[in-house]
Design a protein around this ligand. Structure first.
Ligand code: NZQ
Ligand code: ZN
Length: 384
């Protein structure tokens, strides 16, 4: 039966790309705006980005809030919301990676809500408005800078949750690859893997004859594979600008329009960060190969297609493609089992499964008919 595409696509985030991107701030934020400058643990103070951004903001009144942690917490972000409300902020400018970008979306929506911000994360309050958001991206990986998703962790309950806030989708994102000079290798590795898995989640299901979506997904994955193969060039502008654009395109929404998608790797992997604070990219490398092995029959046709189109294998089996994916992650120093990330608890798999189940993600179904038993087996493979 023919699969019918049905979608409505509108991504209004203006991307300004290149070395001179920061100059655009002056025209993108109203002159009289009171700006909340939200940032992370201080990398922007060391690499000069803070100085360049504040200079580009000129005479605008700026209220700073630093200290948004990787995998941002409700606890920290709530303090930022209080600051935004007290200062009557009218523009939220996030300067950082996915964590700060997600934090900016949360702050912008919670600042327009009188209740508990966690209601927004849990979907109990669906914001119809938010303060305008802009992002200066310093770490290409998540695509958060031009999508409507955000991920916030409530430390008190070890809950890491994804939510969608279209009103807080960034109005603009400034992608200046020069900011990447100060990134440690570990974050570049994480960025490639996160972006690669974002494409997989929207591509590795079953064939539906989506020529454009498949072709574009394969192009982005090939680019990411090339960046991994040429990792020794990671300090060059050419390499860095390609990662910045690839990671953005991987999760700006275009690849997945009208086709079946499957976010199970992410749904399971977030729990590894919530429980043990493992980097997001690394959690994906731990879960995805195990998941592909368990779901190989449902994904066989697409794995074969991927083996040819992305890895250039002449007549690959699905097994060959999974091996190629594992080799790709290995080449980027990723752990492929929880143990390799330094977690060696006897009940690790049970804890992950309990958390996945508690958050309603143990029987996601999808094209592969994933049941609780299958999810448990995936987690066993990756974590036991
Ligand atoms: O906090 P600072 O000091 O800035 O340091 C950060 C942080 O320690 C550092 N860093 C960022 N830019 C730098 C830099 N260091 C030197 N030079 C620079 N230019 O990198 C560290 C990690 O930053 P973080 O923002 O946490 O990383 P990433 O961009 O990987 O974001 C991860 C978060 O995004 C969520 C993840 O779950 C995680 O919470 N995701 C959001 C998504 C979305 N909104 O669509 C999708 C993703 O799947 C993901 O779940
Ligand atoms: Zn991700």
């Amino acid at each position: 039966m023919t699969h019918r595409f049905e979608f409505s696509y509108h991504n209004p985030t203006q991307i300004v790309f290149g070395t001179n991107a920061f100059a655009a701030l002056d025209s993108l934020i109203p002159q009289d705006a009171k700006v909340l400058l939200l940032y992370g643990g201080g990398s922007i103070k060391h690499n000069g980005v803070h100085a360049q951004v504040t200079a580009a903001l000129g005479q605008r009144e700026i209220v700073e809030f630093g200290g948004v942690e990787p995998n941002p917490t409700l606890e920290t972000l709530t303090a930022a919301v209080d600051r935004a409300k007290a200062a009557k902020i009218d523009f939220v400018l996030g300067v950082g990676g996915g964590s700060v970008s997600d934090g900016a979306k949360f702050v912008a929506s919670a600042a327009c809500y009188d209740g508990d911000g966690w209601d927004i994360v849990k979907g109990l309050h669906v914001p119809s408005s938010a303060l305008p958001v802009g992002i200066v991206l310093t770490l290409p990986a998540t695509g958060s800078e031009s999508n409507a998703a955000a991920v916030v962790t409530r430390k008190a309950s070890l809950e890491k949750r994804v939510f969608y806030v279209p009103p807080a989708r960034p109005r603009f994102a400034l992608l200046n690859p020069d900011v990447m000079h100060s990134l440690p290798d570990r974050q570049l590795e994480n960025g490639i893997v996160d972006a690669f898995v974002h494409v997989c989640e929207q591509y590795l299901t079953h064939p539906v004859g989506a020529l454009v979506q498949d072709g574009y997904a394969e192009a982005v994955m090939k680019a990411l594979k090339t960046l991994a193969d040429t990792f020794e060039q990671r300090r060059t502008t050419g390499w860095q600008q390609n990662l910045m654009w690839a990671a953005n395109q991987a999760l700006c929404g275009i690849i997945g329009v009208g086709v079946p998608t499957d976010w199970i790797t992410h749904r399971i992997a977030v729990e590894l960060t919530a429980l043990w604070d493992i980097d997001h990219g690394r959690t994906l490398a731990i879960i995805q190969p195990a998941l592909l092995k368990e779901l190989i029959e449902a994904k066989r046709a697409k794995l074969v297609q991927m083996g040819q189109a992305v890895f250039g294998l002449p007549q690959p089996s699905a097994e060959d493609t999974i091996a190629a994916i594992e080799a790709l992650y290995r080449s980027l120093s990723m752990p492929l089992h929880l143990r390799e990330a330094g977690i060696d608890e006897a009940d690790a798999a049970e804890r992950v499964f309990a958390a996945v189940k508690a958050h309603g993600n143990a029987a996601l179904g999808t094209h592969a008919g994933v049941t609780e038993a299958i999810t448990a087996r995936i987690i066993q493979r990756a974590c036991a």
